[in-house]
Write a protein of this length. Structure first.
Length: 342
């Protein structure tokens, strides 16, 4: 499938897309198509651009930059917007750009490290925009045609398809059990919503990946965080700005799986790993005496502790020498600047 980019509010082009998906020419489209066109048009109009300036001294600016831009989608009648959390991490100023080019100031509502979701809310009413419905990913099958949308001044929609669904572990101490992988990829994927053919929200764009199929197959695509993860925590996010699951041990390690081992590729200068003397090139062999060879196993063992600041025993290979190191975990949420509102 080639990536098909379509202009904003593309009712006619959506009809063409649905005709291709459903196997019928647009010229002979059945009346039922109109309901799908209307639903997708409303969903597209709920997509917004997000422009963020991080606070002075934000720790995340080193990797994410101070100026960030991406997308989000309105999910609440009060204008609540769902996006990807790294866009609004340590945000100082946020602007929302609607499909009709209105610019509205917004504030951060929540950032969840466990899922990666972020929530923001405009400070002025989002008139004329209906919230999208949250869908379910369980019925999805590989090969199903989906629609991804980008907000902002250059907003557009793009046809893509689901190619796999599987656990995902990120090098930045992140893991979810059922990520959605699509192809062809969107390059401006950050916070981009993913819709089914009924205009229901299925996921939020997080990454560009080179292995959307998984395994040894090399297929460029995107990873989307499934909206199923949002439903049980949405109330908690709005009430507290985070979730209990986000308050877990953080070591400040970026690691990669190579040849059945965990190789350290980056160490945060303000994290426990740096204080303990870990450097890029070290290899993590075990945690608390339990051998680990995957990011998933490493994270699950690390996060099994009751308290974020518990001690962690790491077995490290430094060159040809094996060392035992004791680190004191840190609650990552306490190290980040909290935007006004959270």
């Amino acid at each position: 499938m080639a990536l098909l980019r379509l202009a904003r509010r593309p009712a006619a082009l959506l009809l063409l897309w649905l005709g291709a998906v459903c196997g019928a020419p647009a010229a002979t489209a059945q009346p039922g198509y109109q309901a799908m066109i209307d639903a997708l048009t409303r969903a597209n109009e709920a997509v917004v651009g997000i422009e963020v300036t991080a606070a002075d001294g934000a720790r995340s600016a080193e990797t994410l930059g101070r100026q960030r831009s991406g997308s989000g989608v309105v999910i609440g009648p009060d204008g609540l917007i769902l996006t990807i959390g790294y866009l609004v991490l340590e945000a100082d100023a946020i602007q929302v750009v609607t499909h009709d080019h209105r610019r509205l100031p917004a504030r951060a509502v929540a950032h969840d490290l466990a899922t990666g979701f972020g929530l923001i809310r405009p400070l002025l009413p989002l008139r004329g925009i209906s919230p999208v419905a949250l869908g379910a990913t369980a019925p999805l099958e590989p090969g199903e045609a989906l629609l991804a949308a980008v907000g902002g001044e250059d907003g557009s929609i793009a046809m893509t398809q689901l190619v796999s669904r599987r656990p995902f572990s990120g090098y930045w101490e992140y893991h979810i059990e059922s990520a959605l992988f699509t192809s062809p990829p969107l390059r401006n994927h950050s916070g981009a919503p993913l819709f089914n053919q009924r205009g229901e929200l299925l996921g939020i764009g997080s990454l560009f990946v080179g292995d959307a199929l998984g395994g040894d197959g090399r297929l460029p695509g995107n990873m989307f965080v499934p909206v199923d993860l949002l439903k049980p925590i949405l109330a908690e996010l709005q009430q507290t700005g985070s979730t209990r699951s986000s308050h877990r041990p953080w070591l400040g390690l970026s690691s990669a799986e190579q040849s059945g081992r965990l190789h350290v590729v980056r160490v945060n200068r303000e994290g426990p790993a740096h204080a303990a003397g870990l450097v890029p090139g070290d290899v993590v062999l075990a945690i608390d005496g339990a051998p680990v060879s995957t990011l998933e196993a490493f994270y699950k063992k690390l996060w099994s502790r009751a308290n974020p600041d518990d001690e962690v025993q790491l077995t490290i290979l430094k060159g040809s020498e094996i060392r035992q190191l004791t680190l004191k975990g840190v609650d990552r949420m306490t190290t980040l600047r909290r935007p006004a509102g959270i």
